[in-house]
Design a protein around this ligand. Structure first.
Ligand code: PDD
Length: 282
């Protein structure tokens, strides 16, 4: 198949798929989701993504209708139905189906959606630029919810400014970006990143960067940093499951970073190697 859509057991080409009008995802964005890449028909970090999906679902009382193992088996089977090995693997569970009403019935059963399309890590060696904005989102950013209107607007504003990302801050303390986490190599040469509280998503690529730091002997500091500390940091890095790790060299039109290029590139190349090794090697 050229692409694939799955909805509660139905499978088809994406453009041929339709879903029930009363799926609560349409009314309230009432659902949780995950995104990762497959390479050589192997889904990268699948267990970590599934674990987070279940954590997000549990946090907002969504009932996922299959076990973690069943979901892993299903996704691994679906990716093999495509004509090409490198894919963007997207899956979401919405709360269920019912006439619109904010509160839901106790017996709601989640709806599973999957979309598989072409996907590869993008331009892994490029340097990116970013803009900054106030983080006006809710206080549950640890839940990977479908409610992404602020993130959509932040991403669009970045695009309009010909930037890759919008870096967000609350009262001058940097949190994360519209669709990535953000980290710095601070003045002491340590990898500094916002702690995983309710203000950021506990990113899988962020976890992999921390693992890389431990393996490479780079100190990790899980403490918030200010905009000023970021602007004068040795390096600024963003991370996500579709781009792994980008080095940022410009923020709001000002040159930044570039003072610990070896460390930044080593970290980036290490997390890319994790991906290659876990998905069948070279
Ligand atoms: N976004 N923070 C936000 C707000 C995100 O949306 C993402 C991922 C991340 C990075 O998380 P991870 O390393 O697990 O991908 C952080 C995905 C790629 C998306 O929504 O498409």
């Amino acid at each position: 198949m050229e692409d694939l859509g799955y909805y509660n057991g139905r499978i088809g080409r994406l453009q041929d798929m339709s879903v029930p009008f009363l799926d609560r995802g349409h009314f309230f964005g009432d659902g949780v989701y995950e995104v990762t890449l497959a390479r050589n028909y192997i889904i990268y970090a699948l267990r970590e993504h599934i674990d987070r999906l279940y954590r997000s679902a549990a946090a907002i009382d969504i009932n996922i209708p299959l076990s973690k193992d069943e979901l892993a088996q299903l996704l691994s089977k679906l990716v093999k139905m495509l004509d090409y090995p490198d894919q963007l693997v997207y899956f979401q569970v919405t709360r269920g189906t019912g006439v619109r009403g904010h509160a839901y019935s106790d017996d709601m059963r989640g709806n599973l959606w999957v979309s598989l399309t072409h996907g590869q890590p993008k331009d892994i060696h490029k340097k990116i630029n970013a803009i900054t904005a106030h983080d006006t989102r809710w206080h549950h950013c640890n839940i990977k919810s479908l409610n992404l209107i602020p993130n959509v607007m932040y991403a669009q504003n970045a695009k309009n400014a010909e930037a890759y990302e919008t870096i967000l801050h609350r009262d001058g303390m940097v949190t994360e970006c519209s669709h990535s986490n953000v980290h710095i190599i601070n003045q002491r040469g340590h990898f500094q990143t916002h702690p995983t509280d309710e203000l950021i998503l506990d990113g899988i690529a962020r976890r992999h960067l921390i693992r890389a730091c431990h393996e490479l002997g780079i100190n990790v500091v899980e403490e918030p940093f200010t905009l000023d500390e970021m602007m004068s940091a040795k390096e600024i890095l963003t991370s996500s499951s579709t781009a792994f790790c980008y080095i940022c060299d410009q923020i709001n039109g000002q040159a930044v970073g570039g003072k610990a290029t070896d460390i930044a590139e080593l970290l980036r190349d290490t997390v890319i190697k994790y991906f290659i090794d876990a998905t069948g090697g070279t």
